[in-house]
Design a protein around this ligand. Sequence first.
Ligand code: GDP
Ligand code: MG
Length: 274
Amino acid sequence: MKRKRKDEEAGTSQELKRPSPTAGSCTSLGCGGRGAGRRRDWGCGMRDEGCGIAPGALKAGGRRGRRGGGMSEVKVAVLGGSGAGKSALAVRFLTRRFIGEYASSAECIYTKHLCLDGRQIHLEIYDPCSQPQQGKFSLTDELHWADGFIIVYDISDRASFAFAKALLYRIRESHIGVCKKMVESSIFLVGNKQDLCHMREVGWDEGQKLAIDNKCQFCELSAAEHYQEVVAMFTKVLRSITANFKVKEKRRPSGSKSMAKLINNMFGKRRKSV
Ligand code: GDP
Ligand code: MG
């Protein structure tokens, strides 16, 4: 997989720069607002803090969900078949724009600072280069990296639905055994291109059923026509991930508490039942 890193000054660019095909570089985006640091209210409890968006590389590690200064770090991977609209969704959310053509030769990580329900969030969105819809895929890097997944299919393309199903199974399979006691990753299944419903190949109820069977959220929308729905979907994903962080924090005893527990277990008084 080709990975490039290119940091960009926060919010200085307003244009989407297309990479030259030979250079194979990542797309770099501006915030879509005028000038750096401009705040924008999205409604639904989320506010764009106006910081930059920079592509990068998948890098697992560190304690999940934590970042300095009380900021939560949230990582979302947008996966799905080639042409399903992954880049369109990510770019729509980040810039409000639907530009029609998106570079697909290199994977990108877009970063953004935002405020959700009063909580500061450093968001990273992973947008892979076009994946082959057949053959084996391991998803190992993505599974280690992401806190949540948006699985996209095109409602006018049944093959993309089959691929989304395979991705969902792969993610679910990874949860079995490995992290039984952990809260599972947040997953959102998205049927994109709802504006093409006259060419529909996948029914709404099929998407809904797949989501229910795999315990994930579901919606149909159009990255081309539904900006508010795209924002609402990302908001739900972020809420679900941050709620998971809170549950995990509660389950994990603090260092001193767990040490005290250990010492108590080894040397402490044992209660005798009378
Ligand atoms: P990716 O390979 O999954 O990243 O797909 P892209 O985001 O590059 O989109 C593939 C093609 O589908 C592009 O030509 C987009 O303009 C188009 N597209 C994406 N979303 C929509 C949508 O909601 N409606 C329609 N009609 N076209 C879309
Ligand atoms: Mg793409």
